[in-house]
Write a protein that binds this ligand. Structure first.
Ligand SMILES: Cc1cc2nc3c(=O)[nH]c(=O)nc-3n(C[C@H](O)[C@H](O)[C@H](O)COP(=O)(O)O)c2cc1C
Length: 207
């Protein structure tokens, strides 16, 4: 196993005002305290969005490397860097806003870079096998309303089921979610939700 390495992905464009980033900072501080020699690798997806899938990307991902065009080679160099970083991590924390019932486009762009045939999943006799196993994933979500699965907005929460499905597809099945919810509600309601989400994030980071 690699030395403890936390891959930290941020997806909010809101810098210091972001509630999901606030949860991430709390998570990382606690994780570092419980992993004094651990390494934290930060990918700020909002500051540097991953490229979208392009025709050269598809050529690179689904044809043998020997015949790749220069554009396909360039697309795979970028994608491989994201995949290598994911494979090297022992744990992953994703901080993200809930946007329009689901994930922000920059997080989807990252997913499209790392779901790779032969690298993060393979064909198996009965379907597909995920190749990214044995890593915990924590997803720290900020939302304006209460989109926790068991709550009133839960039926419109496509973020959690989608992330569980796509991360599970590549082998990441140990996924836990924390919600800083109701942030567009009254100050006392949102403050209570943030306090609870910070405590839950710290608890997961120390686990
Ligand atoms: C484009 C956009 C779409 C949003 N869609 C939703 C939504 O579907 N449900 C919700 O509860 N909040 C929604 N929100 C509110 C954000 O989830 C909320 O402001 C959250 O705090 C943003 O995360 P951040 O503070 O980390 O930037 C949306 C906000 C924006 C800017």
């Amino acid at each position: 196993m690699n030395a403890a390495t936390l891959l930290h992905l941020d997806a909010s464009p809101r810098g210091a005002r972001s509630h999901s980033r606030q949860l991430g900072r709390e998570f990382v501080a606690t994780w570092q305290a419980s992993h004094p020699t651990g390494l934290v690798v930060i990918r700020d997806l909002a500051a540097t969005p991953p490229p979208f899938v392009s025709e050269p990307w598809v050529e690179g991902a689904f044809t043998p490397p020997a015949g790749h065009s220069p554009a396909a080679q360039a697309a795979m160099t970028i994608s491989n860097a994201y995949v290598d970083e994911l494979l090297a991590a022992t744990e992953i924390v994703i901080t993200t806003p809930l946007y329009n019932l689901s994930i922000p486009a920059v997080l989807k762009a990252w997913i499209d870079q790392i779901v790779r045939f032969g690298r993060t999943f393979e064909k198996a006799p009965q379907g597909f096998n995920g190749l990214v196993t044995g890593k915990k994933v924590r997803v720290l979500v900020a939302s304006g309303s209460d989109f926790r699965p068991a709550m009133s907005g839960g039926g419109y929460n496509f973020l959690e089921p989608y992330l569980r499905a796509v991360l599970g597809f590549i082998g990441l099945t140990e996924v836990e979610f924390v919600y800083a919810h109701s942030l567009s509600q009254s100050p006392d309601v949102s403050a209570e939700a943030i306090t609870a989400a910070i405590a839950a994030s710290r608890k997961l980071a120390a686990a």
